[in-house]
Ligand binder design. Sequence first.
Ligand SMILES: Nc1nc2c(ncn2[C@@H]2O[C@H](COP(=O)(O)OP(=O)(O)OP(=O)(O)O)[C@@H](O)[C@H]2O)c(=O)[nH]1
Ligand SMILES: [Mg+2]
Length: 450
Amino acid sequence: MHTQLSTIFAPASLIGESSVSVIRISGKDSFEIISSIFTVNRNKLEPVNISSISANTVHHGYIFSGDEIIDEVVCSFFKAPHSFTGEDVVEVSTHGGYYVYRSVSRLLAEKGCEPAEPGEFSKRAFLNGKMDLAQAEAISDLIRAKTELASKAAIKQLSGYLSNYVKELRTELINYCSLVELELDFAEEGLDVIPNDTLLKGIDKITQNIDNLAKSYNTGRIIKDGVNLAIIGKPNVGKSSIFNYLLQTNRAIVSHIPGTTRDYIEELLILGGVVFNLIDTAGIRETDNIVEKEGVRRSYEKINEADIVLEVLDLSDDGNINKDNAVSNGRLIVRNKLDLVKYKPDGLAVSAVTGENMQKLQEELVRRANELVAKNENTELVITNERHKSLLLKSCEYLVNARKLVLSDSGNELISIEIREAMNALEEIIGKTTNVDILNNIFSKFCIGK
Ligand SMILES: Nc1nc2c(ncn2[C@@H]2O[C@H](COP(=O)(O)OP(=O)(O)OP(=O)(O)O)[C@@H](O)[C@H]2O)c(=O)[nH]1
Ligand SMILES: [Mg+2]
């Protein structure tokens, strides 16, 4: 990442044919740099007098190079600290298109502006105290959100719900830590500032709250990343055909030869406002073929990772269809090749060839997915980030240690160390104690211009 001193720029919207495209510039030289290529008078291509432009205003004008007008634009000026990054920021709204973007960015680079790295604007906003780390992460989540639920969760986190709750938990820990340490100061007087059972109760309550928040990731992950839906079954039952039908593409190879799919295939599917990671797997059977064996092993792996397992049975195969729904282990059983039988089978029966009852299957998938989310949807807070989950669990571990130390009368010094570690783990969520490498890693996953 650049030093805080450099002035950076990047497209803030997609580059390509569009009505408007926004280029964002941030850093102490932003106003000076833009003024050297921006004029408000098309008949007089001279750098605008920057002192004539008041902060936090919008100006219509022209980007020029020498005696040539590159584009007619609107520039928004944000004076530090009243900007997204907390630095001086200019947002140039040009016409969309590759050529205009290339020309303006070339001019900016000539004037000393450096292309921003992914997430660099958000990183500066974080470093300048405009938002904490959990909020910055929510921006990236919001941009990537594909459904209403995902977007709502990101907005909530961006508004500071998670950060505030984490801060509350941290404050409670600080209070207990202070009492434990205060008691140390009065050790010689033998003053009992906080009785052990009060301390234990306090630690237990906080541990429980942190653990509950960590557990909300089970739902949060589904909301943010989608429902893992694995299609499984014996070879040739029509798994890939159903996979293709749901996606409305010929993504997976389909053939009459059992064992066609060797490796799993994953594709994104949006149904009824729910994101599914749809996974087609290799047909499960005993085999000596080492490639197919590996495929089967991977199928089992996907079954374990799945939120919903869709098990396909083949109605045209007598040995296959009689599976009892009751022993499905929560799997959704679907009987395929309905077009090949003359009777009306039990349960959910479809044809991936004619499309019969496929809508019913889709509705059932959405219903099950919503059921998974509904468990937690109305609760106060759901975390959607694995980093947050592991820090919460880490914090719990330290508190469990602290609890053991209290029970074994190991002394307040050791107890306070564990409580402080638990606090540190919480602070990492909001970025108070997060090290530079971790920060760089988090922001490098953001998109360019954000
Ligand atoms: N008539 C009929 N044929 C089907 C249907 N679904 C799949 N098939 C056929 O069944 C054969 C196997 O289909 P696939 O989708 O490749 O089956 P699979 O379960 O993915 O098989 P593997 O990848 O080998 O495990 C192909 O010839 C398909 O055309 C269906 O609903 N009706
Ligand atoms: Mg297949």
